[in-house]
Ligand binder design. Structure first.
Ligand SMILES: Nc1ncnc2c1ncn2[C@@H]1O[C@H](COP(=O)(O)OP(=O)(O)OP(=O)(O)O)[C@@H](O)[C@H]1O
Ligand SMILES: [Mg+2]
Length: 252
């Protein structure tokens, strides 16, 4: 039996724009399991990013509950929520902003301020992350001196520096070329193997194959939930076929 790390109950998220109510997430009951690499897919505008913001406490729900490790985060005070985010969660979001007046190294270091981890350990970890992401030569650069893909990779290092219990990633490979994308996904696979949970939104079939569960969102509801653990014995090609069929059946 897997532990539930995140659970929603009748989660609803609506936006009001031009006086019209837009119900984006509709009465969603969802359980995310600890140690899983969960992939969220669905067409553009189906509510994937909105869901990720709600699951991670980055935005407040309209109605319903979200539990993290058994605690209802919708009832948490901002200070408590901020501590949870900093200690246990990591984020790589679409269009995430690095801090413009900090260089690469300082940006990655920023979530570690006030944490108890030993300074030299953190420095060692940053060096390893920079090396893995091929950013070692960029460590002194500022965000406005780098490409979109490089900035994305810095954001990934920053999300990983505190070894979050859950890493949330929204289209993490979107602005990367194929080999850069592979190395980011390899990093995610590795941290997942070490026990960290990953929740990743992607439009990409190859990226989705990194997951052991694929949730398909359609119009703010769960339209499909594919457990790939059952297919562990199958070849990569067979798994790809299973995922492809699952997606095609849902209009992907
Ligand atoms: N802050 C906001 N204010 C108003 N409407 C919003 C806001 N954020 C999202 N929406 C609306 O919610 C719907 C879902 O948006 P969301 O960003 O969750 O989609 P998505 O599935 O992530 O799409 P994509 O694949 O293009 O990233 C869209 O109709 C969008 O216009
Ligand atoms: Mg999105």
């Amino acid at each position: 039996m897997k532990n539930i790390i995140i659970k929603t109950e009748l989660l609803c998220k609506s936006f009001i724009s031009d006086g019209e109510v837009n119900n984006v997430i509709k009465n969603m009951d969802l359980e995310i399991y600890e140690g899983d690499f969960t992939v969220i897919m669905g067409s553009s505008g189906s509510g994937k990013s909105t869901l990720l913001y709600n699951l991670s406490g980055m935005d407040s729900v309209t109605t319903g509950k979200v539990f993290f490790d058994g605690d209802d985060i919708t009832r948490m005070k901002e200070k408590e929520m901020a501590k949870l985010r900093k200690d246990k969660l990591g984020f790589v979001f679409q269009g995430i902003n690095l801090i413009p007046n900090l260089n690469v190294y300082e940006n990655i270091l920023s979530p570690t301020y006030k944490t108890k981890t030993d300074r030299s350990e953190i420095e060692k970890k940053i060096d390893i992350l920079l090396e893995k992401m091929e950013l070692t030569s960029q460590r002194k650069k500022f965000p406005n001196q780098m490409s979109g893909g490089q900035k994305q990779k810095v954001a990934i290092c920053r999300a990983l520096i505190n070894s979050p219990k859950v890493l949330f990633a929204d289209e993490p490979t979107g602005s990367l070329n194929s080999s850069q994308g592979q190395s980011v996904l390899d990093t995610f696979t590795n941290i997942n193997k070490e026990g960290q949970s990953v929740v990743m939104v992607t439009h990409d079939l190859k990226a989705a194959l990194r997951g052991n569960r694929i949730i398909y969102i359609k119009d703010g509801r769960i339209d499909g939930d594919l457990n790939l653990d059952e297919y562990d014995e199958k070849s990569v090609l067979q798994r790809e076929e299973i995922v492809y069929k699952f997606l095609k059946e849902r209009g992907w």
